[in-house]
Design a protein around this ligand. Sequence first.
Ligand code: NAP
Length: 247
Amino acid sequence: VLSLGAGIDQINLDQLPEAVPIARLVDDSLTRTMTEYAKAAVYRYHRRLHIFEQHSRERIWEFIEPKAACETAVGVLGLGEVGSNIATALQRDGFKVYGWSRSVKSLEMIDTYGGRDGLLSMVGQCEIIVNVLPLTADTRHILARDLFAHFAPGTCLVNMGRGQHVVDADLLEAIDLGHVEAATLDVTALEPLPISHPFWNHPAILITPHVAGLCAPMRAVRTIAANIRRAMAREPLQHQVNLERGY
Ligand SMILES: NC(=O)c1ccc[n+]([C@@H]2O[C@H](COP(=O)([O-])OP(=O)(O)OC[C@H]3O[C@@H](n4cnc5c(N)ncnc54)[C@H](OP(=O)(O)O)[C@@H]3O)[C@@H](O)[C@H]2O)c1
């Protein structure tokens, strides 16, 4: 089975016979567009554009001193194909970058963490958190009250992973409590986000309609064709999912 996305959470694994290999789509254009989106969201918070957007609606002329990139710490949750690219790009731009993954990674000039304790100590050091984890039994609802409580006050959240990573009510509560200052959500538990959902119209939340990562079809089709050839030759697939880990 070849997933047409970077994740496989849309596939009901219980209904597949065992030993059916699943491959996900890993594609340069997807990684590049995800990195562009992450940088756009990070810079919007770093340069306080979300505050100026509100001020401009209220006709408020207030100077806010910009910080240098090295004074803004960004934490990236998930350091796979996409997350490691985002972390490296931000580090090259001068940000202080932290990263978290299941197995602790070694990335130049990036402070990396693993495990629950690592996650809790990492998030407290960051001004901006970018989530690009896959959705698995272990990561579902990871962005919840118990984690938000460890955020430094006023942390900005960028969720580009999956909507089910977030407990929606807990995010709203964390904004009310000041643990989270603002959130950019490219993914939501239900897509499209229902019009009655409190995320719409929330002054601290920006919703984008699952546009962060885009595949160039003419490139992706080559990757897919190559995997079909491998399957027909009974060779291991490229980017084959480890079904025990769930990603
Ligand atoms: N919004 C969009 O348009 C869009 C587009 C593309 C992808 N996505 C999302 O981005 C996700 C990541 O894609 P990818 O290609 O980077 O995936 P990937 O290469 O499989 O990387 C996943 C990363 O998450 C880490 N991870 C997984 N489970 C974990 C856990 N329980 N605790 C800590 N770290 C964990 C992995 O750790 P290890 O390195 O130790 O294995 C790895 O670093 C996709 O699954 C999808 O949900 C969204």
